[in-house]
Every structure is written in structure tokens, then in C-alpha cells.
Design a protein around this ligand. Structure first.
Ligand code: ADP
Ligand code: MG
Length: 255
């Protein structure tokens, strides 16, 4: 945890793109074990927040502390190694690879073997490969895709592709999982499945930051919600409190 007792703390984050401040002095405090919602109208800075937290963008100003370490300015792969995993607003799978191969890609970061192990197929390398396959299979089972392990990702229904992305992110063994609009484009039954999936993930002790447009999803699973508008935090609190906040209503109606 951070010096203030949070799993993650982002302090005074500014993200400037040319003349545009996509994030303007944003502070975030994420409680360990929570599902933290991040909402706001289109273009309010939600995905940019995720990109800053995962090191895809280095913020113009501000500091991010995760698990007691300052991670600002480090690389995406080192941040992933610290335990922050994510999915993207648009599905990003390897379409021609099977479901299980996509999860194995996610697991690759956790392999310990060196190039020598790989080239000479040492026992350690073989052992790790087998255990990676076992672990990938169990992750597919966790998200309910065990039966589809050998299907090409592009042939899976869209809702299943979303779940596969989550399985791949979980392969990193994260303590924090960032989901960018996971319910976008899903059918009502798929959304129900997604909600129970997020609850299951939380029950395994993984903290979740959830960007979501579907207010029913946010209302049903988030403990705390932060609302962004034009790159600034305009409200924060329980889902019920922010939903009836006048600034929030105005931001959505005015947008
Ligand atoms: P949201 O996810 O809330 O819809 P974004 O974080 O994607 O919003 O975008 C916030 C603002 O930052 C938008 O005005 C967007 O056009 C701008 N923006 C995002 N990424 C970039 C970028 N790489 N270069 C320039 N502008 C960007
Ligand atoms: Mg977005």
C-alpha cells in the first residue's frame, strides 16, 4: 500500500497533448480490494487516465504511487511487472491465435527461463511451458471459456472475446486490474456474465478500476465512483451519491 494506506494513489496528474490538457490536476485514491468506477462523458479523460496509470503515457506532471513505489515515468512492462494489468477500450486480441494461445501470450511475462533455457529446451524450460499451459487452461476456465480453448480468437462471439481479454490480463497475476469499457457492445446476458465475472475477480482479492458507460453496471458493482469532465475530477463518492450530484447530471446533459 501507499504511504496513505491506498493500493494506488495518483497525485496532481496533468497530461497535456499539445494545447489540450486531457487531464488537469487529477487526484485518485484506490482502496485495496475495491471496485472503483471511473465515469464521465466522452473525451473527459478516462482512457487517458488508464494510459497514464499503465505507463503508456508519461504524465506531464504529477506522481503515481502503487504499492508503496513511485511508478511514474517507468515503462509499461515494468508497471505490468509490478502488478497492474489492463484491457483496452477496443478488443486487442491476436485474432488468428487460439484462445489459449492468447492467454499464453499474457503469461509470457511471468516466465523465468533465459534464452539458453529456450534454445536448449532445458528441463526448467519444459517444466515452465507445461505449467504455463496448465495455468492458461485454468484462467480460461475461470472466465468460462474452457470449452473454447482451441478456437481462434476472431471466431469467438464478441462477448467471449471480452472475457478472453480479461483472462489474458489476469495471466499477469495482477493485484490491480484496469478495465476500459468492458461492457461496450455487449448484450444484456453478456453484461450479466461480465458483472459476475468482475465480482469473482474482486473476491480473489484483486482490486479493479472500471471505466464504464453503462450506469447499471457501475451502480451494481462499484464501491466508489470518480467522475471526470474535461480532464478534471468533478465528483467522487458512492454510486448513488454521484448519480444524484448536480455537477454530474449537468456534465452528462450538457455534453
Ligand atoms: P475518454 O476515454 O474519457 O472518452 P480520452 O481519455 O480518450 O477520453 O480522451 C481525452 C481527451 O484527450 C480527448 O479530447 C482526446 O481527443 C484527447 N486525447 C487522448 N489521447 C490523445 C493523444 N494521444 N493525442 C492527442 N489527444 C489525445
Ligand atoms: Mg475512453
Amino acid at each position: 500500500v501507499t504511504s496513505n494506506g491506498f493500493l494506488l494513489e495518483a497525485r496532481n496528474i496533468v497530461m497535456q497533448f499539445g494545447g489540450l490538457k486531457a487531464l488537469n490536476d487529477v487526484n485518485l485514491q484506490i482502496k485495496k480490494g475495491s471496485v472503483h468506477g471511473l465515469i464521465g462523458p466522452n473525451g473527459s479523460g478516462k482512457s487517458t487516465t488508464m494510459n497514464v496509470l499503465t505507463g503508456i503515457y508519461s504524465p506531464t506532471a504529477g506522481e503515481i504511487e502503487f504499492n508503496g513505489k513511485i511508478i511514474t515515468g517507468t515503462t509499461p512492462s515494468s508497471i505490468a511487472g509490478e502488478g497492474i494489468a489492463r484491457t483496452f477500450q477496443n478488443v486487442q486480441l491476436f485474432g488468428e491465435m487460439t484462445a489459449i494461445e492468447n492467454v499464453l501470450v499474457g503469461l509470457h511475462h511471468t516466465f523465468r527461463h533465459s534464452l539458453i533455457d529456450v534454445v536448449f529446451q532445458t528441463p526448467r524450460c519444459r517444466k515452465e511451458k507445461n505449467s504455463a499451459e496448465v495455468r492458461a487452461a485454468s484462467l480460461l476456465q475461470f472466465v468460462g471459456l474452457a470449452d473454447l480453448a482451441n478456437e481462434e480468437a476472431r471466431n469467438l462471439p464478441y462477448g467471449k472475446q471480452r472475457l478472453l481479454e480479461i483472462a489474458r490480463a489476469l495471466a499477469l497475476n495482477p493485484s490491480l486490474l484496469l478495465l476500459d469499457e468492458p461492457a461496450a457492445g455487449l448484450t444484456a446476458p453478456d453484461i450479466k456474465e461480465l458483472i459476475s465475472m468482475i465480482e469473482k475477480i474482486r473476491s480473489h482479492g484483486i482490486t479493479v478500476i472500471l471505466i464504464e458507460h453503462h450506469m447499471d453496471v457501475v451502480m451494481s458493482i462499484c464501491d466508489t465512483v470518480t467522475v471526470l469532465d474535461f480532464g478534471q475530477k468533478i465528483a467522487e463518492g458512492t454510486p448513488a451519491a454521484v448519480q444524484s450530484d448536480e455537477k454530474v447530471i449537468e456534465a452528462y446533459l450538457g455534453g
